[in-house]
Design a protein around this ligand. Structure first.
Ligand code: HEC
Ligand code: HEC
Length: 264
């Protein structure tokens, strides 16, 4: 059977992104090519945004394409309006991948996934040594999410009133199922959809507040890991005696450790 070169490449899963994106590719699938968007290195420009307006947009966008899309597109949409390029070429719909804990898997909350992406876009760097600020801001958002009774955002005309819960976790599954238990609503209910839309509004608002503070040179992490989990990390995380867990989450959500457990 004869196969064209193009089909052969496609079958082999080797069609280069550079070719598809119209980049300068001298030889197909020789050296790795760079996606066109990398022509604008991180961090992308940021200007002060209205956190309440972004939150309201995120709430609406959630009903269009879910949590991860809502948080990223509400912020990037405002930046596109105020700054234009490179934001105008951002493929906003791509972020639907993160919905309901990545493709409905119930893993990382999509609102947080979108928030982390935007944070790295406007404060990050390809250089690992310069990612400290993006990491600090992202961790603050994640800790805030785990520790705060959410949702904090309430739209002008709510479809339902919300029960707030403290998730203690950044996982979609934990957050949603704790809410189902507290509200006695099902995951497939309209109430749950409204709750997650409000959650997207809440996360978008908090993210913009932190990014605005960072822009003003006033960002300071306020939401720390619980002190007990910090103690666990002193024995189990990087630089510790055991070094068998790289985790900055609330350990007690998942671990009921042996008693007596070693103490420092
Ligand atoms: C003083 C150091 C120290 C601290 C603090 C500490 N650990 Fe450990 N941890 C150990 C050691 C040593 C072992 C292995 C000992 C064993 O298997 O009995 C261990 C084992 C474990 C294990 C595997 C065995 C088990 O108990 O299930 C888990 C999980 C664990 N630790 C989680 C935690 C968590 C969560 C915290 C905080 C609440 C914590 N550790 C705090 C030293 C520590
Ligand atoms: C989202 C749930 C979750 C969170 C949060 C979490 N862990 Fe774990 N951890 C697990 C699971 C699941 C395993 C695998 C347990 C197994 O297979 O026995 C594990 C394994 C471990 C082990 C190895 C256990 C062993 O038997 O040797 C250690 C140590 C550990 N975790 C420490 C921590 C510490 C410290 C924290 C907090 C800083 C933490 N974990 C947070 C779920 C979690």
């Amino acid at each position: 059977m004869r196969v064209s070169r193009r089909n052969w490449l496609r079958n082999a899963g080797m069609v280069c992104f550079g070719a598809a994106a119209g980049g300068t590719v001298t030889s197909l699938c020789g050296a790795p090519t760079t996606p066109a968007a990398a022509a604008t290195p991180l961090p992308w420009p940021y200007v002060k945004l209205d956190a309440d307006a972004v939150a309201a947009a995120a709430y609406e966008m959630h009903y269009k394409a879910g949590c991860c899309y809502a948080v990223s597109a509400s912020i990037i949409g405002e930046l596109a309006r105020k700054i234009g390029s490179p934001y105008t070429s951002w493929p906003a719909e791509l972020m639907t991948y993160g919905g309901a804990g990545v493709a409905g898997i119930g893993s990382l909350c999509g609102a947080l996934n979108g928030a982390a992406m935007v944070t790295f876009l406007v404060t990050g760097s390809a250089d690992k040594a310069k990612q400290g600020k993006a990491q600090e801001i992202t961790r603050d958002i994640f800790n805030w999410y785990a520790q705060t009774p959410l949702p904090t955002f309430r739209p002008a005309q709510p479809k339902f009133e919300n029960v707030k819960i403290v998730s203690r976790s950044n996982l979609c599954h934990v957050s949603v199922s704790k809410w189902c238990k507290a509200s006695k609503c099902k995951i497939s209910s309209k109430e749950r959809e409204e709750r997650c839309a409000c959650l997207s509004g809440s996360v978008a608002k908090y993210t913009v507040e932190l990014l605005n503070a960072h822009l003003a040179g006033e960002f300071k992490a306020v939401c720390k890991l619980p002190a007990e989990s910090q103690t666990c990390r002193d024995c189990h995380d990087k630089g510790s005696p055991r070094e068998d867990a790289r985790v900055q989450m609330d350990c007690g959500v998942c671990h009921f450790t042996k008693t007596p457990h070693p103490t420092l």
